[in-house]
Design a protein around this ligand. Structure first.
Ligand SMILES: O=C(O)CCC(=O)C(=O)O
Ligand SMILES: [Fe+2]
Length: 353
């Protein structure tokens, strides 16, 4: 129900009971490491082979990195953030029209993560959009604010281009041909989550998003400047990712961990909230087409490492992911060890769901 949206209330004086995590699951914010940082990669550097090796290393150790000089106009990044905030500032009755807690919907304003399933809620509202092919989905997007469709669709195109460039670098870093990953993932879907985390009266007791891995292939995150909230798990410790001006945060999703036969890591990350200020982020998810068969290339298996996961279609994976709680065990664990059920490259792909 739309009255569950957090962004319809100006400020919450207290944290409602159903957002309070049990003692053992709380974020322990004082133990978070804030002076470490994840790798920052300059995509504008003329040394292409260095970029490829830096990206490969970052994906094997952190599963996360930031990119600067990525070719996306700063002005567009600022506009994207501004229009997102404007959207969440719309009057409650306007937002109520877009509310849904059905994960199958291709455009929906929702709250928390999966309110139909979860026992404890998260301090987040989000607008979730399917973004590819644009001409199919843009007509159904919000028409208020009036420039929303135009700004967001321009942003989606740019982000997709950046994503494909990164997939090329990832393929090369694995010793595969540049187009390999893009080809195996098929006609890739693209989804977006515009995340709004309101000011929270008790940030020690709850999450914006609890620890999770992303179920897709690659995630490109735009963070609001000056407000930290994203944290990444490394060697058993949570590291705060400080937003860097004009940078994107990139992370490996579960599908690239599986495709790379676990060389790349789809790592646990979470978003915490704070009592001083609201925070926004825009996550763009590149997803395999539903019929894409995810299994590692022969070349990576030939080097003495057996397949870590069985083959599966993305459709099968995605349904499994949404049937669980976000912070259950790594969803890929459920695909481990069984003998391969299908092999080879993906079949014919068309964009659906
Ligand atoms: O808001 C953030 O920093 C993280 C968002 C995220 O992890 C997601 O949307 O999957
Ligand atoms: Fe995520």
């Amino acid at each position: 129900m739309a009255d569950q949206l957090l962004s319809t209330v100006t400020y919450h004086e207290t944290l409602p009971e159903n957002y309070v995590r049990p003692e053992s699951q709380r974020p322990r914010l004082t133990q978070v490491i804030s002076d470490a940082n994840i790798p920052i990669i300059d995509l504008g550097s003329p040394d292409k082979s260095r970029i490829i090796s830096q990206i490969g290393k970052a994906c094997q150790s952190y599963g996360f990195f930031q990119v600067v000089n990525h070719g996306i106009d700063t002005e567009l990044m600022v506009k994207m953030m501004a229009i997102s905030l404007e959207f969440f500032r719309l009057p409650p009755e306007e937002k109520a029209k877009l509310y849904s807690d059905d994960p199958a919907k291709k455009m929906r304003l929702s709250t928390s993560f999966n309110v139909r399933k979860e026992a404890v809620h998260n301090w987040r509202d989000y607008l979730r959009l399917h973004c590819y092919p644009l001409e199919e989905y843009v007509p159904g997007w919000p028409s208020n604010p009036s420039s929303f469709k135009e700004v967001v669709s321009t942003y989606c195109k740019e982000v997709r281009r950046l994503g494909f460039r990164l997939l090329g670098a990832l393929s090369l870093s694995l010793g595969l041909e540049e187009e390999y990953i893009e080809r195996v993932l098929g006609q890739q879907e693209q989804h977006m989550a515009i995340n709004y985390y309101p000011r929270c009266p008790e940030p020690e007791l709850t999450y914006g998003l609890p620890a999770h891995t992303d179920p897709n292939a690659l995630t490109i995150l735009l963070q609001q400047p000056n407000v930290a909230g994203l944290q990444v798990l490394k060697d058993g410790k949570w590291i705060a990712v400080e937003p860097r001006p004009n940078a994107f945060v990139i992370n490996i999703g579960d599908q690239l961990q599986a495709l790379s036969n676990a060389r790349f890591k789809s790592v646990w990350h979470r978003a915490v909230v704070n009592s001083d200020t609201e925070r926004m982020s825009v996550a763009s998810f590149l997803c395999p087409c539903n019929t894409a068969i995810i299994s590692p290339p022969e070349k990576l298996l030939a080097e003495g490492s057996p397949a870590v996961y069985r083959s599966y279609t993305y459709d099968e994976y995605y349904n499994k992911f949404w049937s669980r709680n976000l912070d259950d065990e790594h969803c890929l664990e459920l695909f481990k060890g069984e003998k391969s059920q299908s092999g080879g490259l993906s079949g014919p792909c068309k964009s659906s769901t």
